[in-house]
Design a protein around this ligand. Structure first.
Ligand SMILES: [Zn+2]
Length: 269
């Protein structure tokens, strides 16, 4: 009797956590996946959610290919508009961690996938977690190895990467006025275009901080798309290119949770 109650309770918890009964979001709506690092978790680390193990990343790519998902860069998805095929997805990496080259690129190659990298221009010796919450000091993200400019070139030359901007300094837009925001947007776009000789058409909001007037500033700075960290899947016909939603891929999630996020845009509740 008690066991039955326990099983029911476990079942209810599972259902609430994963919301598996929700119908899938239309597969004609492309999914944009958000990653940071492809790395094993660190003992006692605060940001292990940002670390997806290489083995987990490989299982995800393998599953996507087996299920017939097709990989695009963010700009390719936007350009395709409503002509995008069913089961289209874009992989994004924020910030510019070195493992994007050492761990992610070999797997992207193996599974024929592309990605868009949202790079912070001045990314060395910065602890951007503190800019979000003062108590998040400790330097964990500052110590994490970042891509050098030469490594970024390697990613671009591989043909598997598109480059986007993630500001000059990983600025917290909640604390900046419009003039300073506009400067971050313009300077980073120009700097990345000059350094890497590519067009920078896409932008990702640091910390996912978004408000409608920011979208206008991003557009005025010459970007064609901008990504938030709001979870979800945008229908191409209704999407707002300056506030695109993404699917968070967490290092704490199982493959099962990943599949559910691909279905519904979120893990559950
Ligand atoms: Zn970031």
């Amino acid at each position: 009797m008690e066991l039955t109650a326990l099983a029911l309770l476990a079942g209810a918890w599972f259902s609430v956590r994963y919301a598996w009964w929700r119908p899938p979001v239309d597969y004609r709506f492309p999914r944009i996946l958000m990653y940071h690092m492809i790395a094993p978790p660190r003992r006692g680390a605060r940001f292990n959610g940002l670390r997806v193990r290489p083995s987990a990343f490989e299982r995800q790519l393998c599953w996507l290919r087996q299920q017939g998902w097709q990989s695009f860069t963010v700009s390719e998805l936007l350009d395709a508009g409503q002509q995008v095929p069913e089961k289209a997805f874009a992989i994004t990496f924020d910030d510019g961690y070195e493992d994007n080259l050492t761990a992610a690129l070999p797997l992207l190659r193996k599974y024929g996938c592309k990605a868009t990298l949202y790079l912070v221009v001045d990314r060395f010796d910065r602890d951007w977690s503190v800019q979000r919450k003062a108590h998040h000091g400790g330097g964990e993200l500052r110590r994490e190895p970042k891509l050098s400019d030469a490594q970024v070139r390697e990613l671009l030359e591989s043909g598997h990467f598109e480059l986007g901007s993630h500001t000059m300094t990983h600025a917290n837009f909640a604390h900046l006025g419009n003039t300073a925001v506009a400067r971050e947007l313009q300077d980073s776009k120009r700097e990345l275009e000059q350094r890497f000789d590519v067009a920078i058409d896409s932008f990702a909001y640091p910390f996912g901080i978004y408000r409608p007037e920011l979208g206008e500033l991003v557009q005025q700075a010459g970007y064609r798309s901008a990504l938030t960290t709001r979870e979800g899947i945008d229908p191409p016909a209704q999407r707002k290119p300056m506030e695109l939603r993404r699917i968070k891929v967490s290092g704490r999630d199982s493959l099962f949770a990943f599949k559910l996020r691909m279905r519904g845009g979120r893990r559950g509740w």
